[in-house]
Design a protein. Structure first.
Length: 123
């Protein structure tokens, strides 16, 4: 019984020590934790494309809330679809190519100065 009580006190003391270091002054562990948080916040996020049959799904997390333009272009360079979003945190779009003409289509996502492409071929 005494060993259980002794181990419980040691674990509680270790927990309190670690908790105080995490919230402590800038010269301790707390400074390193905030640096890690800053690095996580500045992560660049690319759009996610997922193909299911003749459908293409696109998701983008727009943390900076800047203007994002989505275009669908055919193999001859004709713009078939264009839409812009500004101030939206999450941008989700689904494209249905199941009844489209045979062609190769490119979906472009322009986010600030970066352009992302995804191709889908309709046979």
């Amino acid at each position: 019984m005494k060993s259980i009580m002794k181990n419980t006190v040691v674990v509680a003391l270790m927990f309190v020590t670690v908790a105080s270091m995490a919230n402590g002054p800038k010269g301790t562990f707390g400074k390193k934790a905030s640096e890690v948080e800053k690095n996580l916040i500045s992560v660049e996020l690319d759009p996610v494309f997922k193909k299911k049959g003749g459908k293409l799904f696109m998701n983008l997390l727009n943390l900076d809330l800047e203007k994002v333009t989505i275009k669908v272009i055919d193999s001859e360079g004709r713009v078939l679809y264009r839409e812009s979003y500004e101030g939206d945190l999450v941008i989700e779009k689904a494209f249905n190519f199941e009844n489209a003409f045979r062609n190769e289509y490119t979906v472009l996502v322009v986010d600030n100065d970066k352009t992302f492409k995804e191709k889908i071929e309709v046979k």
